[in-house]
Design a protein around this ligand. Structure first.
Ligand SMILES: Nc1ncnc2c1ncn2[C@@H]1O[C@H](COP(=O)(O)OP(=O)(O)OP(=O)(O)O)[C@@H](O)[C@H]1O
Ligand SMILES: [Mg+2]
Length: 267
C-alpha cells in the first residue's frame, strides 16, 4: 500500500473530539470462499469529502456496506464515529448504488425523502409538519420539489439518484456514504450536489463517496482512497491522484496526462 499523510487539501472544522469518522483495522471480507477485500486498514478523518475510487469489482460497494454494518466482516474491526456500526446507525446516511435499489416500490418522491426522518421519529410517530418541510426543502435543494407527488419509479435514473440524496440530507447524519451518487447525473446537477456536500463538510459532517468520475473527484474531494481489493493508497488528492497510483489501481486502463486529466484506454 502506498500510504501518504492525511492532512486535507482544504481544511474544514474539526469534529468536537477530533474523532475519526471511520476506523477500519485489518478488515477482510469474503463472499463464500472468495475474498473480495483483503486486510483493509484505514482511518478516515471527520469533516472531509473523501472519494473512493477503483475499477469495477474492486470492492467499493462492499467496503461501504461493511462500514454501514450491512456486510459481515470476516476478520478485523470496523469503528464508525467512535463506536460499533450498529450503535450509530441513525447517524450514518447510506445511499446505495442505483442498481441495488428496487425502483418499482409504490412510494411517492416525498415519501422516499421522508424515510430519511424515520430514525429520528421513533417507531410509532408520524412525520410532523416540520419533517415534511425539511423533506420539501431537501427536494428543492436537489431541484425536484415539483416532482414531490410522483411515484419514484416514474423518475429518470438521475432524478432518482437526486431523491435518494435528498433522503440522506434530511437524515441529518454525521457520516454520509454515497455509492456512485453521480451515476447518470448531468454536470450542472453534479456541481449543485457537490455544493450541498461542501455545506455538509462545513457543518463538520464527513462524506465518503464512490465514483468512476476521476475528473470530478480530483476537482472536488479533499482526500482519496484508491482501492483494488486492498488499499492501494489513501491521502490528500494531490498525493493519490498520480500516474503510479492510478495505474496500480486500474492497471493499464488509466493514464494521467497534462494537468492531471485522466484518459481511459482499452488495453
Ligand atoms: N452478493 C454477492 N455475492 C457474491 N459476490 C459478490 C456479491 N457482491 C459483490 N460480489 C463480488 O465482490 C467483488 C466486489 O464487488 P463490489 O460490488 O463491492 O465492487 P465495486 O467496486 O463496487 O464494483 P462496481 O464499480 O462495479 O460497482 C466483485 O468481484 C463481485 O463480483
Ligand atoms: Mg459498486
Amino acid at each position: 500500500m502506498s500510504s501518504v499523510a492525511t492532512s486535507p487539501k482544504s481544511a474544514g472544522p474539526a469534529c468536537a473530539a477530533g474523532q475519526p469518522a471511520v476506523q477500519l483495522a485489518h478488515v477482510t471480507v469474503a463472499y463464500g470462499a472468495r475474498v473480495v477485500l483483503q486486510d483493509i486498514t484505514l482511518e478516515l478523518p471527520s469533516a472531509r469529502i473523501i472519494g473512493l475510487i477503483g475499477p469495477n469489482g474492486a470492492g467499493k460497494t462492499t467496503l461501504l456496506r461493511s462500514i454501514v454494518g450491512a456486510q459481515r466482516v470476516l476478520e478485523g474491526t470496523v469503528r464508525v464515529l467512535g463506536a460499533a456500526a450498529d450503535a450509530v446507525r441513525q447517524r450514518v446516511a447510506y445511499v446505495p448504488q442505483r442498481r441495488d435499489v428496487d425502483w418499482s416500490f409504490p412510494l411517492s418522491v416525498l415519501d422516499v425523502v421522508l424515510m430519511g426522518r424515520y430514525g429520528k421519529l421513533g417507531l410509532l410517530r408520524r412525520p410532523s409538519k416540520q419533517d415534511r418541510e425539511l423533506a420539501l426543502d431537501a427536494l428543492k435543494q436537489v431541484g425536484l420539489a415539483k416532482r414531490q407527488a410522483c411515484q419514484i419509479g416514474e423518475l429518470s435514473g438521475g432524478q432518482q439518484q437526486r431523491v435518494f440524496l435528498a433522503r440522506a440530507l434530511v437524515q441529518d447524519a454525521d457520516l454520509m456514504l454515497l455509492d456512485e451518487p453521480f451515476n447518470g447525473i448531468d454536470t450542472t446537477t453534479q456541481s449543485v450536489i457537490f455544493d450541498l456536500l461542501c455545506e455538509q463538510r462545513q457543518r463538520g459532517r464527513t462524506v465518503l463517496l464512490s465514483t468512476h468520475d476521476l475528473h470530478s473527484v480530483e476537482q472536488n474531494c479533499d482526500q482519496l482512497v484508491a482501492l483494488n481489493r486492498r488499499i492501494i493508497a489513501f491521502g490528500p488528492v494531490d498525493q493519490v491522484f498520480t500516474a503510479p497510483v492510478l495505474q496500480s489501481t486500474f492497471g493499464s486502463q488509466v493514464a494521467v496526462v497534462g494537468d492531471g486529466q485522466t484518459v481511459v484506454t482499452r488495453n
